[in-house]
Design a protein around this ligand. Structure first.
Ligand SMILES: [Zn+2]
Length: 235
């Protein structure tokens, strides 16, 4: 595959194998160091978010809580954050209540998930979304919420932070990439925020991404990190 050197003052065309995606490379012409990717992005604003849900199935379950924080130019913006409960159609099971700490009482006066998602879409604007295990879980819940309620929607770029963890810690079989694995490997400090509450998880994930971004020497657009797409309502 052929790409253009990402250094704006270099017009060299470079070629390399597809397997080099995600690996560090150096332009032989200008010595610019970058992470090889099939496409270069310029947007530097990301939304790191986490969902708690009534269960694992995006087609039957609904999200009951969302927390998010902005990550821009390689730094967390803790004051620019989003949080809401959402009221699902079904009762919250005792299993989910004990896992997340969220019960029917917490969501009684909350807006519906699709209403929360519209507010989230307004707030996140044209940012790229990042969640841990997004590809298998959170991104699917966003798309399913739009589809189930017939909301007009737009495609949104998304990153699964498990992909960032794999770039840093390797893909060797048996290397765990759960949020706890990542937190322990990075030796992140514990806080008093509750785990499996979206606010607690997004706090850890935000600090993990900031640290992995630094250790990998990623640019501010996170070029080289694999992307997929999800959907958000058009608001
Ligand atoms: Zn170059």
């Amino acid at each position: 595959m052929k790409i253009q050197c990402p250094n704006p003052s270099c017009d060299q065309s470079l070629s390399g194998p597809k397997s080099a995606i995600g690996q560090r490379a150096t332009c032989p012409h200008c010595r610019h160091s970058f992470i090889w990717t099939d496409r270069f992005y310029t947007g530097e604003t990301f939304i790191i978010y986490d969902l708690e849900t009534t269960g694992l199935c995006p087609d039957n379950d609904e999200f009951i809580q969302i927390a998010a924080v902005k990550f821009s130019s390689g730094c967390l913006c803790p004051t620019d954050s989003f949080f809401s409960f959402a009221k699902p159609r079904h009762r919250i099971s005792s299993f989910i209540e004990s896992y997340t700490g969220i019960g029917d009482r917490d969501v009684r006066d909350a807006p519906r998930p699709e209403q929360v998602l519209c507010r989230f879409a307004t707030w996140s604007a044209d940012a790229t979304l990042i969640a841990h295990n997004a590809k298998r879980f959170d991104s699917k819940f966003l798309t399913a919420t739009c589809q189930r309620h017939g909301l007009p929607s737009r495609e949104v770029d998304a990153i699964d932070s498990i992909g960032i963890s794999k770039m840093l810690f390797g893909k060797t079989r048996g290397t765990g990439h759960s949020l706890d694995h990542v937190k322990n490997r990075l030796r992140l400090q514990e806080t008093t925020l509750r785990r499996h509450d979206a606010r607690g998880d997004v706090d850890i994930l935000g600090r993990a991404i900031e640290e992995m971004h630094r250790r990998l020497g990623l640019d501010n657009a996170l070029n080289g990190v694999p992307r997929h797409s999800t959907r958000l309502p058009i608001v």
